[in-house]
Ligand binder design. Structure first.
Ligand SMILES: [Ca+2]
Ligand SMILES: [Ca+2]
Length: 148
């Protein structure tokens, strides 16, 4: 007769016949992990809904006078009206100071050209301060002198 120890030798743990399922790469909610065009555009647009986006798009086109796809310092100077800056209106800043700060905020990489991405990022931040679409749109429109 074999003893209990011999019996336990034969009772090796039974491993599952298949490898354990790996952790799911995606949740049912997002379906897949590809960065689709829509997700990319959401990341770029942030909180700019389609109405706000249209106004910002128009402002960019209006400022990009030579349609180079970037706004030069010269183009900014032709369009940006620092007089509408609340701190200029209240006398806390000169128009030159406001203008310089505006450029610094718009052109974080400092290459003296404002790309569409930089432009959108600037207005995405500003958009956060305006819960109402109309107030945001009025603000954007008030920033630019209209080219005539
Ligand atoms: Ca341009
Ligand atoms: Ca730049």
């Amino acid at each position: 007769m074999r003893g209990p120890s011999a019996l336990s030798d034969r009772l090796t743990p039974v491993l599952p016949p298949f490898p354990p399922p790996s952790l799911p790469l995606s949740t049912p909610q997002d379906g897949n992990r590809r960065l689709g065009l829509e997700e990319f555009m959401m990341a770029v647009r942030g909180n700019l809904n389609s109405r706000r986006m249209r106004v910002v798009d128009c402002a960019f086109d209006e400022m990009d006078g030579d349609k180079s796809g970037e706004i030069s310092m010269h183009e900014i100077a032709a369009c940006y009206d620092a007089r509408t800056n609340p701190e200029v209106m209240s006398g806390r800043k000169t128009r030159e100071e406001a203008h310089r700060e505006f450029i610094e905020a718009m052109d974080p990489d400092g290459n003296e050209l404002i790309s569409k991405t930089e432009f959108l990022a600037f207005f995405k931040d500003i958009s956060l301060c305006y819960p109402e679409d109309d107030a945001f749109i009025n603000f954007v429109r008030s920033m630019w002198r209209r080219r005539r």
